[in-house]
Design a protein around this ligand. Structure first.
Ligand SMILES: [Fe+2]
Ligand SMILES: [Fe+2]
Length: 170
């Protein structure tokens, strides 16, 4: 799928905006879903590994997105409904991710669950890319778009180092 080439227009080369880094994460999630869905049912070890990676990617992405992107847009009247909806969609995705824990990768429901999770996440990412980002570009200045990207990326690096469940210092 071709990605948008216009996302960093108007800024200095290398000055990533929050939209660039969120979109990069979305592409990574799409790639991991695609690989997991194309893996054979017998490739249990590789499926398990892919899912662990996917789970971490999605969890860190949603957490960072809420902390550094949506929290800044929550009070914007034009964006309020979209922000609340995004939080609900994140919650649905997190709950679904949690239900994988009780299920073996070779259980026939596993692939069905993965399909549903990918549909929920894809729907959500499309809404972000097509609607939320569009409104947010008007609501957030260039400087702040860049600053948010730095915060988001820093949080992601630190989130990976921290043990699961540990609080992330800001
Ligand atoms: Fe999101
Ligand atoms: Fe997202």
């Amino acid at each position: 799928m071709p990605t948008s080439q216009k996302s960093s227009s108007g800024s200095h080369a290398g000055e990533l905006t929050i939209f660039d880094v969120l979109k990069q994460d979305h592409e990574k999630a799409r790639y991991l879903f695609d690989r997991a869905q194309k893996s054979g049912k017998k490739e249990i070890a590789s499926l398990q590994k892919l899912f662990t990676q996917l789970e971490e990617e999605l969890t860190v992405h949603m957490e960072g997105e809420e902390r550094f992107f949506y929290s800044a847009l929550e009070q914007n009247d034009e964006m309020r409904d979209k922000v609340l909806q995004a939080f609900e969609e994140h919650q649905v995705a997190k709950t679904l991710i949690g239900t994988f824990q009780a299920l073996a990768v070779d259980d026939e429901r596993w692939a069905a669950k993965l399909q549903v999770l990918s549909e929920v996440v894809e729907h959500h990412m499309q809404e972000e890319e097509q609607e939320v980002f569009k409104l947010a570009r008007k609501a957030i200045g260039k400087e702040q778009q860049h600053e948010m990207a730095l915060q988001f990326q820093r949080n992601k690096r630190e989130g990976r180092k921290a043990p699961r469940g540990a609080p992330i210092e800001s």
